[in-house]
Design a protein around this ligand. Sequence first.
Ligand SMILES: Nc1nc2c(ncn2[C@@H]2O[C@H](COP(=O)(O)OP(=O)(O)OP(=O)(O)O)[C@@H](O)[C@H]2O)c(=O)[nH]1
Length: 384
Amino acid sequence: MLNKFFDKFKSKKDDEETKNTEEDLQQEELEISQSNENIEISEEVNDTEKVVEEKNEKSETDNEKYQEQSEEFIEDKEENKEGFFEKLKNSLLKTRDNISNKIDQVLANYRTVDEELFEEIEETLISADIGVETTLKIVAQLRDKVKLNNIQDPSEIKNVLADILKENIINDKIDNNLNVGDKTIILVVGVNGVGKTTTIGKLAMKFKKDGKKVLMVAADTFRAAAIEQLTEWANRAKVDIISHKEGSDPASVVFDGVSAMKSRDADILICDTAGRLHNKKNLMNELNKIKRVIEKEYPEAKKEILLIVDGTTGQNAIIQAKEFMNATDLTGAIITKLDGTAKGGMIFPLEMELGIPVKFIGIGEQVNDLVKFEPEKFIEAIIN
Ligand SMILES: Nc1nc2c(ncn2[C@@H]2O[C@H](COP(=O)(O)OP(=O)(O)OP(=O)(O)O)[C@@H](O)[C@H]2O)c(=O)[nH]1
């Protein structure tokens, strides 16, 4: 019965390009719902799980290590706030060097504030991955503020610039908080290799630490490895995972996930998805179908669609964000790998040009290296 179900959806997937009308999607959802009445929720029947079981012994030490780390989410503890800021600052050293130190070098060459100075600041910000459009906006505001306050001394410029950066990303239009309520479904999107799986694992541990019951859904069914890796993180975080075999319909895994969320009374459902940008239409259809299933099956749950981007890719991450914005309604982004890059300036165009709020940043490979994005602290860490 199960095989028949998967075969049916596999052949449907091949036809996906030509079947994207409203009626088709409704019909597909109906079929998912009918078929699911006849199958068990996936953990017991999943081939991938067997592979993972064999690997469990090997990863047991890893799991213990991650468990220990999850005990100390240092940013949560009041007494560690200062230590946390130091850690953030150290993680962002390369970006800080690229922005703060370079601005210092520019300012040191000027005795008065003139147009040439503004142009050099412009070049510095563009080369620090802040992007042309965002940089032009920031420097225009800088010119205005300097003129308005009759600032003549170049050494005052850096503080004014820091204030402008803060004003642009700390405002009512950008909500950097995750919309987590009693029942929350988080759809995680992004291309391969950006740190999606690791981030989902870190998030799951974080929520668990907050006392939430978490459930994962392996809806990146495109590659067996993606299902395996997520299962490994679910084991580490000691949370349940719903998965089907490779090649099955992502929306049907999500359907099972939502059903399990209800029956097991889970608080947060985190769904991994495949991010194949080479076929935008397929990606859009797949994400829309998943969204419809969630909306239909659990309309009252809070929803987040989080884009994961790799901070080390700078402006490429902005291009990816635009593509995903066209494919779905993103509610926020998580920037990974900011610890190893000088390109952290890309956070500004992401928020200022694209209006995508950054909710968390990844500053390392360890479990507690996913930190809530606090714009003020971030700006202080990269420029002061
Ligand atoms: N330094 C650093 N490494 C990170 C961070 N987040 C993830 N990584 C590493 O990035 C690599 C890729 O992470 P994955 O989670 O496997 O990425 P993915 O997007 O799921 O990749 P695929 O499974 O290939 O699609 C791993 O080696 C992670 O440890 C981070 O914030 N900082």
